[in-house]
Design a protein around this ligand. Structure first.
Ligand SMILES: NC(=O)c1ccc[n+]([C@@H]2O[C@H](COP(=O)([O-])OP(=O)(O)OC[C@H]3O[C@@H](n4cnc5c(N)ncnc54)[C@H](O)[C@@H]3O)[C@@H](O)[C@H]2O)c1
Length: 442
């Protein structure tokens, strides 16, 4: 395919403020990680924006720059951090309580930096996260007042930290399950519902609304709806702001989106997939509540349906028993263990089994995703992209897509989509992997 002209991208100059909703395990691991890396104590392992390369042109051209040399991205040095949390602990106290990072190696050496991150009072309501009690909480007569208070926080943060640009990433607890309804359809119904304190408007929606109204790109790392509403999507397009979600794709689901495409590629059948997890952090405690778990369950269950396409392959995938469990087990803290038992069948229907036991670290897997999302959403904004950023599906368990589209879950198709979008932005040739030209053009 002939290269097209590059889009104009405003260079990443000046400070980028990264506003995280929630100052818990994922956020503190992300922020402390960036600071440790900036101080030369660690490497940005797990981050595509920091370590990834991109092939350009033909394989014979040997052009494979680092992604962050190919396209202008905010540098780690230019990131400044802010957060909201209903729990008043600063970044240092929270990092110690979450217990993800080694106190002596990665927390104490940057204690002053972490102490400087004090959570702004949150828009929080226990109705939406049953297992948490918050004291650092905004007060307001209506949900619209609360959204306006968030907008003021955003403007104040930008001015105080002399930021050139901002991005917001939802790294807060998973809210109770809410199905999209009439109040979520248009900005008129949404704003009316804010004024009426309608229970269908959750705090995560107010953060998304506030971000977009302030022109700040918004990424949702949890499975609650947040910006995945027709009203918010239309607002994002109208204001020219990039949005996306949902739910960071880190452990078990990441494995699922690698294994399931493999079964389909080889036309192997799947009879059942039983996934169970134990984890003992605050996220696990919140997810122990059936209403928050339901939100997570929906996000995790959708993956197989869209990847295996049972309607296209009814003999192979028409009768799968798919179960996902999350069990709160405090002794493990942030170190999750995820087991998968997969019953597959092959030639002549003979059954086989695959067992996966992933002893992972939840926030260690999620932190580089927060970094990449902040950096790529800022790029999207500087490149003039707005609305849903499907090219960043790579980072999400339950990618938000436009009306009438099904989400692409296959991790490697998602990566191809991401890299082809970068090539597109820079006017480079798309890589189709056809490759016939190596053999047929003399
Ligand atoms: N770690 C992973 O691998 C992973 C993967 C996918 C999704 N997630 C999601 O990311 C989120 C964060 O995970 P975590 O392990 O850091 O959890 P955590 O419980 O350690 O931190 C979440 C923080 O959000 C705060 N919070 C809750 N409601 C809030 C609100 N309305 N406004 C501001 N702050 C609020 C809580 O007080 C808490 O400090 C969860 O929703 C989790 O499901 C995590």
């Amino acid at each position: 395919m002939a290269p097209q002209s590059a889009r104009s991208i405003t260079p990443a100059k000046g400070k980028l403020g990264v506003l995280c909703v929630g100052l818990g395990a994922v956020t503190t691991t992300f922020m402390a990680g960036v600071e440790n890396i900036r101080q030369g104590r660690s490497k940005p392992i797990g981050s595509l924006t920091q370590m990834g390369t991109i092939r350009l042109g033909k394989r014979t051209e040997a052009r494979t720059p680092l992604i962050n040399e190919f396209v202008s991205l905010a540098s780690l040095e230019d990131l400044v951090f802010g957060a909201w949390d209903p729990i008043p602990d600063d970044g240092y106290e929270s990092a110690l309580k979450c217990g993800v990072l080694d106190k002596h190696e990665h927390v104490e050496p940057i204690a002053d930096f972490l102490k400087s991150i004090k959570p702004m009072p949150a828009v929080f309501d226990q109705f939406y996260v049953k297992r948490l009690v918050g004291t650092n909480v905004k007060k307001g007569k209506t949900k619209r007042d609360l959204a306006e208070a968030l907008r003021k926080d955003i403007r104040d943060f930008k001015a105080q930290h002399k930021c050139d640009r901002l991005v917001m990433v939802w790294c807060a607890s998973t809210e109770v399950f809410i199905a999209p309804g009439p109040t979520h359809q248009t900005m008129a119904t949404f704003e009316k519902a804010m004024d009426a304190n309608d229970p269908s408007i959750a705090p995560s929606m107010l953060y998304a609304y506030a971000a977009i109204m302030e022109g700040v790109p918004y990424a949702n790392g949890a499975p609650n709806l947040s910006c995945d509403l027709p009203a918010i999507e239309a607002l994002a397009r109208e204001k020219g702001v990039p949005i996306g979600g949902k739910d960071f794709k880190t452990g078990q689901t990441m494995l699922k989106t690698v294994l399931a495409p493999m079964f389909k590629a080889r036309m192997l059948g799947v009879a059942g997939w039983y996934s169970t997890n134990i984890l003992g952090n605050r996220d696990g405690e919140v997810l122990d509540d059936p209403e928050s778990f339901k939100t997570k369950e929906e996000s995790k269950l959708g993956v197989l349906e869209h990847t295996l396409q049972p309607k296209l392959y009814p003999e192979l995938y028409g009768n799968i028993y798919h179960k996902v469990r999350i069990n709160y087990y405090p002794p493990r803290g942030d170190n999750k263990e995820g087991w998968d038992n997969i019953d597959i069948f092959g030639w002549l229907g003979y059954p086989m089994q695959i067992k996966v036991d992933f002893l992972c670290r939840d926030s260690i897997l999620a932190a580089p995703l927060v970094l990449d999302l902040a950096i790529f959403f800022d790029l999207a904004s500087r490149a003039g992209l707005s609305g849903i950023q499907e090219w960043l599906s790579f980072y999400f368990k339950s990618p938000q897509v436009g009306a009438g589209l099904y989400p692409e879950h296959d991790l490697f198709i998602q990566l191809t989509k991401l890299k082809n979008t970068l090539r597109y932005l820079k006017g480079e040739e798309q890589i189709t992997h056809l490759g016939i030209e190596y053999y047929e053009n003399d």
